[in-house]
Design a protein around this ligand. Structure first.
Ligand SMILES: [Zn+2]
Length: 149
């Protein structure tokens, strides 16, 4: 992916992060999911007073992707975020998907038959890590080992 396209997706993920519902952790994460035809959907983390019910940005965006164009169409998942302070998201740490979200991305990769590219960025977008889901989740569990699936 060329840098301009990547930067656009990172910008969309950062915009999504600004819309997160994260009053407890104040850690805002946004995600942009790109489809083969260029369609993009976004999502952000959504916390709950019952903490364990919180939803990650990636899962939020993957759900939107399923409804917009289907998980099998996904080529890239882009994540950005950081702590919210004084109305802006800051931090230079690259935000990578948690283990559960890696599993969810792997499900989409399994459906699509392609190794989805995961682009992880800092809140400012200045630091970027690009890896595939098989690199982020080596030897992962998948539907291929379920009998009859
Ligand atoms: Zn997650």
């Amino acid at each position: 992916m060329e840098k301009t396209a990547r930067d656009r997706l990172i910008a969309l993920a950062r915009e999504a992060a600004a819309k997160a519902h994260a009053p407890y952790s104040r850690f805002h994460v946004g995600c942009a999911v790109l489809a083969r035809d260029g369609s993009v959907v976004t999502g952000a983390n959504m916390e709950n007073a019952c903490y364990r019910l919180g939803l990650c940005a990636e899962q939020s965006a993957l759900s939107a992707a399923q409804h917009a164009f289907g998980l099998a169409e996904i080529t890239h998942v882009v994540v950005a975020g950081g702590p919210m302070s004084d109305g802006a998201i800051g931090g230079t740490d690259v935000i990578t998907p948690c283990g559960g979200c890696r599993q969810a991305i792997a499900e989409a990769a399994s459906l699509s038959g392609r190794d989805i590219v995961v682009i992880s960025a800092s809140a400012t977008g200045g630091e970027v890590l690009e890896m595939t889901i098989s690199q982020l989740l080596p030897a992962g569990f998948g539907a291929d080992v379920l009998p009859g699936v």
